[in-house]
Design a binder for this molecule. Structure first.
Ligand code: SAH
Ligand code: SF4
Ligand code: F3S
Length: 453
């Protein structure tokens, strides 16, 4: 058998935790390993290589990776000749500690190892255990351009526009796990978006940890708002989303883009974290609640039907009942249509850890829990009111595929990112059709196709 045939029989299994960056990175690893003769598999039992792409954002996320790893190590102990790799944010954070702790682990590499994944896997399979947590040079950072084979036939796709994060929010581990920020050259972003459109993609989501600080670092780079105009100019791109943006870096030009670019969708995820200026200062977010509300007002002026979602942290060290009331009030003022909300989780090496530990400012877990429940209750009410307001209206829905629950029903999203289910078939996938909303449910709405909006 030739070497190529041997390699072709190799299978790789990916398990991905964490955010859109990790999901995207897994796709890039899949592309690179497939070009090295691997085939991706859905079952870890038949894998020759298992890659666990990990997240470290909260303690719970980190624990999930340890239990997943336990499962795969057991399979190896029971005789499966598998190479086990830990990639991503926990790998970057823990490095050698992981290799020391798990003797049957073969490979540990951080996010900057992804462009070299082929070499790393080869080395781990031939020469033994490998650790790679070096950060790459930021000049000419090698953003991987191969397309994720799994994105074929999909209606929407992610495109990364930057790596790392230069902010220093006091609660956050990301600057440690992903390193300094670098913007990807805009022509590479446009090129990848074009190639995705050629495979049938209609909606491009630009991703990064702080997308709207794109292009601010090097002379000659274009700012984020300008990048949006370039993507909008691509024929075949029908919708543009982006995540995650930071309130600090929302510029007038970005707001103007909502007035100018119909392809830019009417939904924005803008994490506020807290409604209290005192807490925002201690988090080092560099905006006030007043500035946040100004931004929201500006955006709604530019795009009256814009809806917002956000992230909230409950129980940040030193957060008082009064501070938290201000966060709740923000819900009344903005009416977020959805949110991710978390209890503060102390992370290694972050400035907020000192506030919790040495300075004893930690919020009791039961208080944080109670605040979380209060926020989530308000969120449910706000989401339900919004969903209800859609009833009777006709909305353009970009169809994604079969609905998860009912036969003969397809699903898709409106520009505001509402999930709509309506009777239809797969010939509609990738098309945008007008649908009248008939009934609102908790996480989706039901509708009927109509002939025009
Ligand atoms: N770059 C994005 C957020 C990335 S992390 C931004 O700046 O908005 C996603 C979310 O996880 C954050 O918005 C925050 O709400 C939450 N998060 C981050 N660190 C956390 C921690 N230590 N404890 C609890 N939640 C945290
Ligand atoms: Fe973390 Fe702040 Fe960077 Fe977001 S902007 S990734 S919260 S440091
Ligand atoms: Fe998690 Fe790393 Fe993303 S810590 S949230 S996978 S950047």
């Amino acid at each position: 058998m030739s070497e190529v045939e041997t390699e072709q029989s190799k299978k790789v299994f990916f398990r991905t935790f964490g955010c859109q960056m990790n999901e995207y990175d897994t796709g890039k690893m899949r592309a690179q390993l497939e070009s090295d003769g691997y085939v991706a598999t859905d079952s870890p039992e038949e894998a020759d290589v298992i890659v666990v792409n990990t997240c470290s954002i909260r303690d719970k996320a980190e624990q999930k990776m340890h239990s997943a790893l336990g499962e795969y190590r057991r399979m190896k102990k029971e005789g499966q000749p598998v190479t086990i790799a830990v990639a991503g944010c926990v790998a970057q954070q823990e490095g050698q500690t992981l290799l020391d702790r798990y003797k049957d682990l073969d490979l540990v590499f951080g996010p900057d190892g992804i462009p070299q994944v082929r070499n790393l896997v080869r080395a781990a399979r031939t020469t033994g255990r490998v650790l790679d947590t070096d950060y790459l040079d930021l000049d000419n950072y090698p953003f991987v351009s191969d397309l994720d084979p799994a994105s074929k036939g999909k209606v929407g796709a992610f495109v990364t526009i930057q790596k790392g994060c230069d902010n220093n929010c006091t609660f956050c581990i990301v600057p440690t796990t992903r390193g300094k920020e670098a913007s990807r050259p805009w022509d590479e972003i446009v090129d990848e978006s074009r190639r995705l459109v050629d495979t049938g993609v209609k909606e491009i989501t630009l991703i990064g940890q702080n997308v709207n600080s794109y292009g601010l670092k090097n002379p000659g780079d274009i700012p984020f708002a300008e990048l949006l105009y370039k993507i909008s100019d691509i024929e075949g791109v029908e919708r543009i989303r982006y995540t995650t943006s930071h309130p600090r870096d929302v510029t007038d030009e970005l707001i103007q883009a909502y007035a100018d670019l119909p392809k830019l969708t009417s939904q924005l995820h803008l994490p506020v974290q807290s409604g209290s200026n005192r807490v925002l200062r201690r988090m080092r977010r560099y905006y006030t609640r007043e500035r946040f509300l100004d931004i929201v007002a500006g955006l709604k002026k530019a795009r009256p039907d814009l809806v917002l979602s956000t992230d909230i942290i409950c129980g940040f060290p030193g957060e008082t009942d009064e501070d938290f009331e201000q966060t709740l009030q923000l819900m009344d003022e903005v009416g977020f249509v959805s949110s991710f909300s978390f209890k503060y989780s102390p992370r290694p090496g972050t400035p907020a850890l000192k506030m919790t530990g040495k300075r004893g400012e930690g919020v009791a877990p039961e208080v944080a829990q109670e605040r979380l429940v209060r926020w989530q209750t308000m969120q449910r009410e706000s989401s339900a009111a919004w969903a209800k307001s859609l009833e009777g209206g006709v909305h353009d829905v970009l169809v994604e595929g079969w609905s998860k629950h009912d036969a003969g029903v397809v699903c898709g999203r409106t520009s505001q990112f509402a999930m709509v289910n309506f009777p239809g078939d797969l010939s509609l996938v990738g098309k945008t059709v007008p649908v009248q909303v008939t009934r609102a449910f908790t996480n989706s709405v039901r509708g009927e196709r109509v002939s025009q909006a």
